[in-house]
Design a protein around this ligand. Structure first.
Ligand SMILES: Cc1cc2nc3c(=O)[nH]c(=O)nc-3n(C[C@H](O)[C@H](O)[C@H](O)COP(=O)(O)OP(=O)(O)OC[C@H]3O[C@@H](n4cnc5c(N)ncnc54)[C@H](O)[C@@H]3O)c2cc1C
Length: 441
């Protein structure tokens, strides 16, 4: 396959700064073997699930994970931290049918439990993992139709929910910005970098984890394996590629993924006086009444987090200039919701890539008898990419199942239009969505 030209980079500070696992030491590069049974490329949630499940299935196999940057500084560590059980923005996932949505719900619930069981079994309950559910909050009446739509789907799936309004909503969120919210209880709110790094720190004995160790090429022919950026070849019987937005760089597929940049910011911790304005408010999080609206969280360590803004990630990276340009919109969203806390600065600001496909469908494929790959194609990717990684491990192990067949069946990402139509189209669409989101931003 071809040599990688663009590698992941680190710009901005995010959840990793607040993780107790930030300084965990993974294996030294001098410990890299010449040969493994399985190599996983990419240490996001997809790579985490693939490597751990491979180790469960093959306790005697030698497995290695290679990550280009620090684990937790990638998109898996830079998201808003919602692991969502119910299909997110119903009907938005490539026009999913009701049967598909039901299956997503079942599989999401399964993978969340699998992660939670691992956290308990491995004794890392100190990671920031909170069963506090999720709100879908609407600031204007015209967005209520999204709540109505989701309620109809939840009813069909027999999922419980709660509609929260007025003083009750204020008591739970500490803001009077929203008029109405839909609450579902199955979502887990996490510090995504903390949980990811925590999970990688307790990989089974037979998994070697190497960070800051970029992979330059996948070799599919015998001897199969990978070539590191320093030119060293490592052989493997099978290579599993879970490179997120970088998957096309390896030559796995072409013109399928269209990564979109979005930005997040955290206030410093609120002090005691500021916290008196949040008296009785427990950690909570909401997505917005419009797909281009602002996501908000009140974290366990008393910070307010906001995420908004979309731009097309043409160069597979963000930059300090782009992050700076994102600040006014983040600031406005924060100050609109918490006018009494206007004086509180942002401590950390960052940009990350949401790995989208045209029809929100994921990719799961066998590129060669020795090379397998997966990546999700939507905004709610933590649960989905974990599922893909988990079942990719079963696929490579020759274990057919109904769930694997389902994931292979929905893996139909649509091809992107050629340039310059792609960039023009993506930017026009993002501008249109943000324009329509209005007060939900
Ligand atoms: C701002 C933002 C908010 C989001 N909010 C949410 C949310 O609340 N809930 C949710 O479910 N999803 C959310 N997402 C989406 C979610 O983060 C992604 O879907 C998920 O992280 C994808 O995981 P992954 O493992 O497939 O890919 P990634 O996390 O991108 O992992 C791929 C890894 O491969 C590594 N890699 C790439 N190239 C190489 C190479 N050459 N050599 C070695 N390693 C390489 C990368 O560094 C990276 O660590 C959000 C995304 C963003 C950006």
């Amino acid at each position: 396959m071809r040599d990688v030209k663009r590698y992941p980079t680190t710009t901005g500070e995010s959840w990793l700064e607040m993780s107790a696992y930030k300084h965990h030491q993974f294996k030294r590069h001098t410990e890299i073997r010449d040969e493994y049974d399985y190599i996983v490329v990419g240490a996001g949630y997809g790579g985490q699930a693939a490597a751990r499940h491979l180790a469960e299935l093959h306790p005697d196999a030698k497995i290695a994970v290679f990550e280009a940057i620090l684990i937790g500084n990638n998109d898996s560590g830079k998201n808003a931290g919602f692991i969502i059980d119910v299909p997110h923005d119903f009907g938005d996932q490539g026009n999913s049918s009701f049967v598909e949505n039901q299956k997503y719900f079942e599989l999401n619930t399964f993978i969340i439990k699998w992660m939670e069981d691992t956290i308990k079994e491995k004794g890392i309950e100190d990671v920031d993992w909170d069963h506090c559910g999720k709100y879908l909050c609407c600031a204007e009446e015209k967005s209520f139709k999204l709540i109505d739509h989701e309620i109809a789907e939840l009813k069909k799936m027999n999922c419980s929910y709660e509609v929260v309004e007025g003083e009750d909503l204020y008591r739970r969120t500490g803001t009077r910005y929203y008029k109405k919210a839909l609450y579902t209880s199955g979502t887990v709110l996490i510090n995504p970098a903390d949980v990811l790094r925590g999970l990688f720190s307790v990989m089974p004995e037979n998994v070697d984890v190497f960070e800051e160790c970029p992979v330059m090429r996948i070799d599919e022919e015998q001897p199969a394996g990978i070539v590191l950026r320093n030119g060293r070849k490592i052989c493997a019987k099978f290579v599993l590629v879970t490179g997120g937005p970088f998957i096309e760089e390896f030559g796995i597929v072409k013109s399928v993924f269209c990564p979109v940049l979005s930005y997040g910011a955290f206030t410093r911790r609120l002090n005691d006086e500021e916290m008196s304005q949040m008296a009785g408010v427990k950690p909570w999080g909401c997505t917005a009444g419009h797909p281009a609206g602002t996501t908000v969280r009140f974290t366990r360590d008393n910070r307010i987090f906001v995420r908004n803004g979309f731009s097309f990630a043409t160069d597979l990276t963000t930059s300090h200039q782009r992050i700076r340009r994102a600040i006014p919109k983040l600031r406005k969203a924060y100050e609109n919701r918490y006018p009494n806390l206007k004086h509180v600065n942002f401590e950390f600001i960052y940009g990350g890539m949401i790995n989208m496909t045209m029809n929100y469908r994921p990719l799961m494929m066998q590129k060669h008898p020795t090379v397998f790959a997966s990546a999700c194609g939507e905004g709610a990717g933590v649960a989905k990419t974990s599922l893909l990684g988990y079942y990719l491990a079963e696929w490579v192990s020759g274990m057919p199942s109904e769930n694997l067949a389902f994931l292979k069946k929905i893996s139909t990402p649509k091809r992107l239009p050629p340039e310059p139509f792609l960039t023009m189209g993506a930017e026009a669409r993002l501008f249109y969505e943000e324009f329509n989101a209005k007060t939900e931003i």
